[in-house]
Design a protein around this ligand. Structure first.
Ligand SMILES: [Zn+2]
Length: 258
């Protein structure tokens, strides 16, 4: 924890929580240290041990649930999870650190603008979700957290994820989601040129600084997923999750390849 975080920690004194971490498995303290007004906790409540945020732990909980695990953390279920072929379209997060270490079955990727697609940089694969370099039916589980809103052609991305999943495999993912409106197309990419349909919205990215959101998905995402051959359901958080696991204000889509 950095000294610069102290004002935020003090401001949010009543928002910190204790509970069990669904990733590192520790009884932990979950901190809110951002000074911006906290409207939701989806990307907050940082575990002091593994640095996971609410959304990461919600994804972890759904992964354990879809594979019918009794363990309630990724760390505890590691012997089983290491037997699965897993692809996560992000790297360096708590899940990658917990499951990826020395695990040949776990592939983490980023989109590095300076690395050829399919090549690796520091052990992380460079991938474009619109044209993955993996073989078909290679994975039991694909994880994308807040990535698909940044992909210009999400239909290609869903069809690629469907292709690389084994039959019955799962795509567990998060996107900013409007539950009371259809998908809002914010921008398109035409011949390599971005055309803005709405005032541009950028999200922070650890590698590229900030990246454009091409859309905000809405409730029609489930219908679209069905067309690609997925059976999808929405998992929302309940107050019990907040109390036990410090998971709050989050939603995860669990999509199974039929
Ligand atoms: Zn943790």
């Amino acid at each position: 924890m950095r000294w610069a975080n102290l004002p935020g920690l003090a401001k949010n004194a009543l928002r910190h929580r204790v509970g069990k971490c669904a990733i590192c498995g520790k009884r932990s303290l979950f901190l809110v240290f951002e000074t911006r007004e906290a409207r939701h906790f989806r990307e907050r409540l940082h575990c002091v041990f593994c640095k996971s945020v609410s959304r990461n732990r919600h994804v972890a909980k759904e992964i354990l649930s879809v594979f019918g695990r009794k363990e309630n953390s990724i760390q505890e279920a590691k012997p089983f999870l290491k037997t699965l072929k897993i692809y996560s379209a992000s790297s360096g997060d708590a899940l990658h650190r917990t499951l990826g270490d020395g695990n040949p079955n776990f592939v983490a990727s980023e989109y590095f603008p300076d690395v050829p697609i399919g090549a690796t940089k520091n052990g992380v694969s460079c991938q474009n979700l619109e044209s993955l370099t993996f073989e078909s039916e290679a994975f039991d589980l694909v994880i994308t957290e807040d990535v698909l809103e940044h992909v210009a052609d999400f239909e290609k991305a869903f069809s690629e994820i469907h292709r690389v999943l084994k039959r019955g495999g799962y795509h567990v993912f998060t996107v900013p989601l409007l539950l009371d409106a259809p998908t809002l197309e914010r921008a398109t990419l035409e011949n390599g040129i971005v055309k803005h349909l709405l005032p541009p919205e950028y999200h922070g990215d650890p590698i590229r600084g900030e990246i454009l959101a091409f859309r905000t998905f809405g409730y029609d995402i489930f219908e679209r997923l069905a067309k690609f051959g997925f059976e999808a359901k929405l998992s929302q958080t309940f107050y019990q999750d907040t109390l036990r696991y410090a998971i709050a204000d989050s939603h995860v889509i669990v999509s199974r390849k039929r």
